[in-house]
Design a protein around this ligand. Structure first.
Ligand SMILES: C[S@@+](CC[C@H](N)C(=O)[O-])C[C@H]1O[C@@H](n2cnc3c(N)ncnc32)[C@H](O)[C@@H]1O
Length: 295
């Protein structure tokens, strides 16, 4: 797992490469550049070996947590990660999410997984709950796992304070999240976060880091994976390319899709596709934080 110092700059800050150098002449653009173009493209066809989402599990393996410790998967969605944490590490995992459908799907996934690995029945449970009021006792959790959920927490400071409250003094919070970068302009930002039902402040790295401090957390590690998960997915399945094509179709013929699926679903689909595209082009940048109680 590659690491960066906790004093990393703003997400997507690629100062050296973002300085504009205008071609000095027409010759430079149309004579010199074509001479390197093919070789340049061949270099770009080589993978930069992006890390994928498994980096979170690799990170968990370094935390020295024993089998049987208690984990909270906050905003667990359909339960895939809660089940994997129990299967791979023998943790006791509580998956919380406010959406009833997610909890139903998670329970169905648990039933299916438990057919092959019966011990999961005693290790994993799912429950409807929100981050703002976590229904667990003080100092009862060893790891809070929060992946791609921070977008939606209406009251970020209260949610993080709840995480701090339920963590044991020796506990760890592992938080993965995509942040807006300076490449995401205001109009794009408004449309994206509105479509995806996100609290816009929660994608601002300075705001989120100040909320960590206010809630009683210190940053132990920051890993900036930027757009790597997008590259990783593209190299394996081409999925981000598919989302780009879908974006083009959504934008070119909105009525076709609105008439069939409704405007709300159209907006969510557009937001979701743009999220994948923006992640590929540096308008969103991923980070993982390892947080520890500060005192
Ligand atoms: C993008 S999904 C991520 C799901 C899962 N963590 C994953 O990585 O696949 C975001 C999840 O956050 C949940 N969520 C929304 N508001 C929440 C809140 N206030 N407290 C906890 N979870 C919330 C949503 O219902 C949704 O399942």
């Amino acid at each position: 797992v590659g690491e960066q110092s906790a004093k990393a700059g703003a997400p997507g800050d690629r100062t050296a490469s973002s300085k504009r150098v205008t071609p000095a002449s027409l010759d430079e653009a149309y004579d010199r550049f074509p001479r390197v173009e093919t070789e340049f493209q061949a270099a770009l066809d080589e993978s930069l070996n992006p890390r994928g989402p498994d980096l979170l599990y690799e990170l968990v393996a370094t935390l020295g947590l024993e089998p049987g410790v208690t984990v909270l998967d906050l905003g667990c969605g359909e339960g895939k990660h809660a089940i994997k944490l129990a299967r791979d590490f023998d943790f006791v995992v509580n998956g919380f999410d406010p959406v009833r459908r997610d909890i139903e799907v998670a329970n169905a996934a648990l039933t299916k997984s438990a057919n092959e690995s019966p011990q999961l029945r005693g290790l994993v449970s799912f429950q409807i709950a929100v981050a703002e009021t976590i229904p667990l006792k003080d100092a009862s959790v060893d790891l809070v796992w929060c992946r791609e959920a921070l977008y939606h927490f209406e009251d970020l400071e209260q949610s993080l304070s709840q995480c701090r409250r339920v963590l044991r003094p020796t506990g760890v919070m592992l938080l993965q999240h995509m942040f807006a970068t300076p490449r995401l302009d205001e109009r794009e930002s408004l449309e994206l976060w509105d479509n995806l039902h996100t609290v816009p402040a929660n994608v601002d790295v300075a705001y989120v880091e100040s909320a960590f401090g206010a809630a009683g957390f210190a940053i132990d590690q920051v890993i900036e994976h930027a757009g790597e998960w997008g590259e990783y997915a593209y190299e394996r399945s081409g999925e981000p390319g598919r989302r780009l094509l879908h974006t083009a179709r959504l934008l070119r013929d909105p009525q076709r899709y609105i008439a069939r699926f409704g405007k709300v679903n159209y907006d969510i689909m557009l937001g979701d596709c743009l999220w994948h595209v923006y992640r590929m082009i540096g308008k969103l940048s991923g980070r993982v934080y390892v947080l520890k109680p500060s005192g």
